[in-house]
Design a binder for this molecule. Structure first.
Ligand SMILES: Cc1cc2nc3c(=O)[nH]c(=O)nc-3n(C[C@H](O)[C@H](O)[C@H](O)COP(=O)(O)OP(=O)(O)OC[C@H]3O[C@@H](n4cnc5c(N)ncnc54)[C@H](O)[C@@H]3O)c2cc1C
Length: 457
């Protein structure tokens, strides 16, 4: 029997449940299908557990630095089962609260199972056939496991399986020097593991400006993390001490021997098992569902939100996708993806808060630029906290007098960046930012100074 709804939502990650709330609130009958855990990646294996573990790692780091602040402690130990249990509790609480929210949603039919298209507006979930004039795909992504030599012969960790680890590896080798890899690298180093990052590219987080990338490498190396870049032809093989990672680098030993290996080489969208071909829904070369500026796919009445459309990659962008779709369908708005100014953070310590264009991207755009930078050693708040690593960079358009982008690599950078993000969203000129009177002592209070220091570059 085919069950009819006003809307079907596939995936109970970040966008799906909130959209279900708006649609049912507008009187629609909605089927929400989830094949695994309510809350999706962010709640169960992504943001929440990693930021919880990072907090434990930061506590360990501060405890070791206690003497710098005149605080004495005993020997510093890591109770990894307690660290892991703390993360598990936060995951479970968050998931439960999401489940309770959905359970109380009038008009919602929540189905557990894997949804697959049979036709453009018909989906199969087990023995059930569901049909609806509106279908919203919020299927997220999963860790990529590259087809590298030996990958099937050795045990390896991904961002999902490492969350439940209840012991500290003797030597964790992390394949992939991008955002996820770097967060785990510093975290496990602070838990007491030897850590080596193996990166194919010439530098870490290759999407960031070289000066940011170099500063982060220096911070990680300063904590004793080994970094191997230019690692072409990465391979894995069994070794009596665990796993041998062949790196074939231009310099250094050709192999790194680790007790554990974490593959952090990117994410792929969960679109290969959705039956998209039966619905005629287009994907790009990476498997992302192609959407227009209002998140509609090429098939009328089908939208794709969150990681699976390849247009964001963050929890806040998935949530913003929901806001755009809901506003356009229910509030008569005409919101567009292209109106979004992207901000994000890398949660190393110090964190990197980012918004808008990098300096490299701004230069490539060919505009006349103004740039200013300031080391965190010249930020009073950082000095007072004895956390002076990193720097702030502001990039502006010399003609329009608008900020194009910013990076705050420094203590509080993940929060302070929002002052700039808000100014960019409000489309305010540099003068507005310069005349603001931020609170003392904060990292943000130096932003007007950075504006004043902008010079042609
Ligand atoms: C280690 C890590 C750390 C991260 N840290 C951050 C961070 O600090 N900040 C940040 O903003 N982002 C972070 N992210 C990214 C963030 O988790 C994702 O961008 C976000 O979860 C995307 O939400 P989503 O709703 O698109 O997809 P998801 O949260 O992945 O949800 C998709 C859901 O769809 C379900 N599903 C898939 N296919 C089907 C199907 N066919 N039928 C039924 N159900 C299906 C899945 O089971 C899943 O529950 C992190 C990611 C990782 C891996």
């Amino acid at each position: 029997m085919t069950r009819s709804f006003d809307a079907i939502i596939v995936g109970a990650g970040q966008a799906g449940p909130a959209l279900a709330g708006r649609l049912t609130g507008a009187g629609m009958t909605v089927a929400l299908v989830e094949r695994h855990l309510v809350g999706g990646t962010c709640v169960n294996t992504g943001c929440k557990p990693t930021k919880t573990l990072i907090a434990s790692a930061y506590a360990a780091h501060l405890a070791r630095r206690g003497a710098d602040y005149g605080v004495t402690t005993g020997a510093i130990g890591i109770d990894m089962p307690t660290v892991a249990a703390r993360a598990a509790t936060i995951i479970q609480d968050s998931r439960r609260s999401n489940e309770e929210w959905l359970a109380g949603m009038e008009g919602l039919t929540f189905l557990r199972g894997h949804a697959r298209f049979e036709e453009p507006h018909v989906m199969r979930v087990g023995d059930d056939l569901l049909e609806a004039p509106r279908i919203f795909l919020n299927v997220g992504g999963r860790a990529s496991v590259p087809d590298m030599p030996g990958v099937n012969d050795v045990p390896f960790l991904t961002n999902s399986s490492i969350i439940a680890l209840d012991h500290v590896p003797e030597h964790l080798v992390i394949v992939g020097g991008s955002y996820i890899g770097l967060e785990f690298a510093q975290m496990y180093r602070r838990f007491g593991a030897r850590v080596t990052i193996v990166e194919m590219g010439p530098r870490l987080i290759g999407r960031e400006d070289p000066d940011i990338s170099d500063a982060i490498r220096a911070i990680l190396e300063g904590e004793g993390i080994a970094v191997r870049t230019d690692a072409c032809c990465i391979s894995l093989s069994r070794h009596e001490q665990g796993v041998a990672v062949g790196v074939d680098c231009t310099e250094g030993a050709p192999e790194v021997i680790g007790s554990h290996v974490l593959l952090a080489v990117g994410r792929r969208p969960n679109t290969d098992d959705l039956g998209l071909d039966k619905a005629g829904i287009a994907t790009d070369a990476k498997g992302n569902i192609v959407v227009d500026d209002m998140l509609a796919t090429n098939v009328a009445g089908v939208w794709a939100l969150g990681d699976c459309n390849g247009r964001g990659g963050f929890t806040h962008t998935a949530w913003n996708d929901y806001e755009i779709v809901a506003a356009n369908l229910l509030d008569g708005a005409a919101r567009k993806l292209s109106q979004r100014i992207l901000g994000y953070a890398l949660y190393t310590d110090p964190p990197l808060g980012r918004v808008g264009m990098s300096e490299t991207q701004a230069r490539a755009s060919g505009r006349p630029l103004l740039v200013s930078t300031r080391p965190m050693t010249k930020v009073g708040r950082a000095v007072e906290k004895a956390e002076t690593l990193g720097f702030i960079k502001l990039v502006a358009d010399a003609e329009t007098k608008r900020i194009l982008g910013a990076a705050i690599l420094g203590t509080g950078g993940d929060e302070a960046i929002h002052g700039i993000l808000d100014m960019m969203n409000a489309d305010q000129p540099l003068a507005t930012l310069q005349w603001a009177v931020p609170i003392h002592p904060t990292v943000s209070e130096l932003i007007p100074t950075l504006v004043g220091d902008l010079r042609p570059a």
